[in-house]
Design a protein around this ligand. Structure first.
Ligand code: ASP
Length: 338
């Protein structure tokens, strides 16, 4: 089954107008095929991550593979770079705390082969939640552990206990606490990987929304929301306000659109437009998706000005800009929001 006619006309609109404009303004046209506007490579492994901080993570993942590591080793090592980077205030050890001043981290991992998954939510005092997510996947019959149980599991597995509250994060929290307003930053690393043998892996890690209600878990550790891998089709990952992804199973939806014939970029765009059509917030969602497919095509889309994402394969590692979707596309293509 492919798209219905309304979807097709939206896709044509996207392909021939707004996407073209966005692609040209982003200066990425050398990396997009003129027809689908989704870039493609025959090089393997292909690694795609959210945000510019995904680039050193991708490069570490590639180096891990090149030195004989497995796909899962590469996901854990790559995302581990972002988790250890104290200048990154939205992932791992440098992440901003919750409203009580406690850093709580979310992560998940998926293996295309065997369709395996593991995740942790609101884990504390552990620097590498992505590695714990892998342990949940490989060593327990469960998919998701949260809160104190997740931390206890990690400690039992031998992960070192670490106070994650950096002086910078503490100072930012104190400032927020005194005013109860101010910048509430958030970002996520979602990493997708197509291996030379065609297998697909993915991982996702974040400290979530800064100053969130203690115990809040976002989209990032939830399979189908922050990350989804289907070894027959491709993979997708999300970054942005998790609540606006979780209510629509965003990453799962991206993969399902690809299954029905959309390119990765079209699939990300369709997911955002569908969400914006239904959501009371319209396009004001702060959500972004990256995707790759089994053929080695990749792409991304985000609301507003779009967002930067990182693409790495042998001989190439760059930060690219996604397709940007505004109210115009929702009004013209979506048909329901006026
Ligand atoms: N999706 C993350 C969350 O809601 C934050 C982000 O990626 O910006 O926890």
């Amino acid at each position: 089954m492919r798209f219905d006619s309304r979807m097709l006309s939206r896709r044509q609109f996207i392909t021939h107008s707004s996407v073209a404009v966005a692609a040209l303004s982003a200066g990425c046209q050398t990396h997009r095929s003129s027809k689908s506007m989704t870039a493609s490579t025959t090089q393997r492994p292909l690694i795609v991550s959210t945000w510019p901080f995904g680039k050193p993570a991708n490069e570490k993942a590639l180096a891990t593979l090149q030195s004989g590591g497995s796909g899962l080793d590469a996901i854990v090592a790559g995302i581990g770079v972002a988790e250890s980077d104290l200048s990154n205030s939205s992932v791992g050890a440098g992440g901003l705390p919750n409203a009580d001043g406690v850093v709580q981290l979310d992560a998940c991992i998926m293996s295309g082969p065997g369709h395996q998954a593991g995740g942790v939510g609101a884990i504390e005092d552990i620097e590498h939640p992505i590695a714990v997510a892998r342990a949940v996947m490989e060593k327990t019959p469960h998919v998701l552990l949260v809160g104190a149980g997740a931390t206890q599991f990690a400690l039992k597995e031998g992960f070192p206990e670490k106070d994650l509250n950096t002086p910078q994060a503490q100072a930012a929290w104190r400032e927020w606490k005194s005013k109860q307003t101010g910048e509430k930053g958030h970002d996520t690393i979602a990493m997708l990987m197509l291996m030379p043998d065609g297998n697909i892996y993915g991982g996702c890690s974040t400290s979530g929304l800064a100053y969130k209600i203690p115990g809040r878990v976002g989209d990032s550790p939830l399979i189908g929301d922050g990350l989804y891998v289907d070894n027959e089709v491709g993979a997708a990952g999300a970054t942005g306000v998790g609540e606006n992804v979780m209510r629509y199973c965003g990453s799962f939806l991206v993969v399902e659109y690809m299954r029905r014939g959309a390119t990765p970029e079209e699939a990300c765009a369709e997911t955002i437009l569908r969400t914006a059509r239904q959501d009371p917030k319209g396009i004001d969602l702060s959500i972004n998706f990256v995707a790759l497919d089994k053929q080695g095509r990749f792409g991304a889309a985000g609301v507003g000005k779009g967002f930067d994402y990182s693409v790495t394969y042998p001989g190439f590692s760059q930060v690219l800009h996604s397709l940007a979707l505004s109210n115009l596309e929702v009004k013209v293509i979506g048909g329901h929001i006026r």
